[in-house]
Ligand binder design. Structure first.
Ligand SMILES: Cc1cc2nc3c(=O)[nH]c(=O)nc-3n(C[C@H](O)[C@H](O)[C@H](O)COP(=O)(O)OP(=O)(O)OC[C@H]3O[C@@H](n4cnc5c(N)ncnc54)[C@H](O)[C@@H]3O)c2cc1C
Ligand code: FES
Length: 358
C-alpha cells in the first residue's frame, strides 16, 4: 500500500542559509500519479545511517503553473532527514517519493470569489505558498490577505518569490511580515495604518486579531489557512474563533513537534487482526508497540509517513476492541467518533483489536 516512485532531483536552491528547495522531475507516465492540490505534501524515503526513514514535505510549487514538483526543507536542529537533504542531496540523485497526499488543500476554481486569509510561520510557508500562487494565478476574483512570521529578515523562506508576487498582483495580494527578532528597521515590515508603528513579534493571538481587524475581507466567504509551529496554530485558531470565525472555515496543517510519545504502553501481547491490501494479517502486539509498528515488524507494508500523529497517512478503521492514541493532530472529533484511528499512534487497550485500512 506504500507506493514509492523514484524521482530525479533536477534542481537544488538555497532560499535561506538553513533551507533548501528541491525540484523533482516527474516523467510523463507519472503525471497523473503525482497530480496534486495546492497544500498537499509528499512523503520521501531515505536510508540514513543504515536506517530506513520517511518524512513528509509539503509541496511549495503550484499545480496550476508549469512548475516542477518542488519542496522546501528547513534544517531542524539535530534532525536526521532535514540535514541529510540540506547537506547530502545532489542534482541527479534519485529519491523514493510517495504520491501527493494530505487533507490541507484548497479546491481552486476560476469562478471563485473569496478572501483567503493565509497565516504562515517559518517553514510553514511551503503549503501556503502553493495555495497563494494557485489562488492568484487562477481565481481572478479572489483576494489574499497573508501574514507571515519569521525570526528575522534572513530567515524568510521564498522572500524574493513573495516580493515578485506582490509586484505582479498588487490589487489582490496583501502580504504583511512580522519578525520576532528583526535585525534592522526592515522597510517591508508590517506598519499598521491606524497605529502608525511597526509590528514586531510572533504570529500570536494579538497579532492575528490586529491583522483581521485592520484588513477585513473583501468577499463575504472568507477562508482561513494556517501552517506553522503548534503554538502558532493554536493561538491563531483561538484568535479567529474569538472573532466569530466559524470552525468550518479554519484549516490547519501541523508539521509536528518534538516528542509525541506519552509513554502509554497499552495491553501486553494483545492480538491484532488487520485487513490490509485485501489480506487478513494476524499478529501479536508487544507491550508499548503501536499497531503500525507491529505490522511493519511482521513484514507488512501499511501506509504511513510522519509517524507522529500529524499527517493521517496511517488512518484506518477500528472494527473491534479499544485503543489509546498517544497523539492526534490529524483526526477531528467526528472521525474519531466514527471509529477512525491513527495506527502510528495507537496502542491496544483490550486483548484483541481489529482494524481495516480502507
Ligand atoms: C504534513 C507535513 C508536512 C511537512 N512539510 C514540511 C515542509 O514543507 N518543510 C519542512 O522543512 N518540514 C516539513 N515537515 C516536517 C518534516 O516532515 C520533518 O519532521 C522535519 O524535516 C524534521 O525531520 P528530521 O528527520 O530532520 O528531524 P528528526 O530527526 O525527526 O528530529 C530531530 C529533533 O527535532 C524534533 N522535531 C522533529 N520535527 C520537528 C518539527 N517539525 N519542528 C520542531 N522540532 C521537530 C524531534 O522531536 C527531535 O527532537 C512536514 C511534516 C508534516 C507532518
Ligand atoms: S503516519 Fe502520520 S499520522 Fe500516522
Amino acid at each position: 500500500m506504500s507506493n514509492f516512485f523514484p524521482l530525479k532531483v533536477i534542481e537544488l536552491e538555497n532560499t535561506t542559509k538553513d533551507s533548501v528547495v528541491v525540484s523533482f522531475d516527474v516523467s510523463q507516465d507519472l503525471y497523473e500519479t503525482f497530480d496534486y492540490k495546492p497544500g498537499q505534501y509528499l512523503t520521501l524515503r531515505f536510508n540514513v545511517k543504515g536506517e530506513e526513514v520517511r518524512r513528509s514535505y509539503s509541496l511549495c510549487s503550484s499545480p496550476m503553473l508549469e512548475e516542477p514538483l518542488r519542496i522546501g526543507v528547513k534544517r531542524v536542529k539535530d534532525g536526521l532527514v532535514s540535514n541529510h537533504i540540506n547537506d547530502q542531496l545532489k542534482v541527479g540523485d534519485t529519491v523514493n517519493v510517495m504520491p501527493p497526499d494530505g487533507r490541507f488543500f484548497v479546491d481552486i476554481a476560476k469562478e471563485n470569489y473569496k478572501t483567503y486569509y493565509l497565516f504562515a510561520a517559518g517553514s510553514g510557508i511551503t503549503p501556503i505558498l502553493s495555495i497563494l500562487k494557485s489562488v492568484l494565478y487562477t481565481e481572478e476574483h479572489s483576494f489574499v490577505h497573508m501574514l507571515f512570521g519569521n525570526r528575522n529578515e534572513e530567515s524568510i523562506m521564498f522572500k524574493e518569490e513573495l516580493k515578485k508576487l506582490q509586484k505582479a498582483y498588487p490589487d489582490r495580494l496583501l502580504l504583511k511580515h512580522t519578525l520576532s527578532r528583526p535585525k534592522s528597521e526592515w522597510s517591508d515590515l508590517w506598519t499598521s495604518k491606524k497605529e502608525k508603528r511597526h509590528r514586531k513579534g510572533r504570529v500570536d493571538a494579538a497579532c492575528v486579531k490586529w491583522f483581521i481587524n485592520e484588513f477585513p475581507p473583501y468577499a463575504q466567504n472568507a477562508e482561513y489557512y494556517i501552517c506553522g509551529p503548534g503554538t502558532m496554530i493554536e493561538n491563531t485558531k483561538k484568535a479567529l474563533q474569538e472573532n466569530d470565525v466559524p470552525d468550518n472555515r479554519i484549516f490547519t496543517e501541523s508539521f509536528g513537534t518534538a516528542t509525541t510519545d506519552d509513554g502509554s504502553k497499552g495491553f501486553d501481547n494483545a492480538r491484532l487482526v488487520a485487513s490490509l491490501d485485501g489480506e487478513i494479517v494476524k499478529a501479536t502486539i508487544p507491550e508499548g508497540k503501536t499497531l503500525l509498528r507491529t505490522l511493519i515488524e511482521a513484514g507488512k507494508e501499511p501506509p504511513y509517513s510522519c509517524e507522529g500523529g500529524v499527517c493521517a497517512t496511517c488512518i484506518c478503521k477500528l472494527k473491534k476492541g479499544k485503543v489509546h492514541m498517544k497523539n492526534n493532530l490529524a483526526l477531528d472529533d467526528k472521525e474519531v467518533s466514527q471509529g477512525y484511528i491513527l495506527s502510528c499512534q495507537s496502542v491496544p487497550l483490550t486483548p484483541e483489536v481489529e482494524i481495516a485500512y480502507e
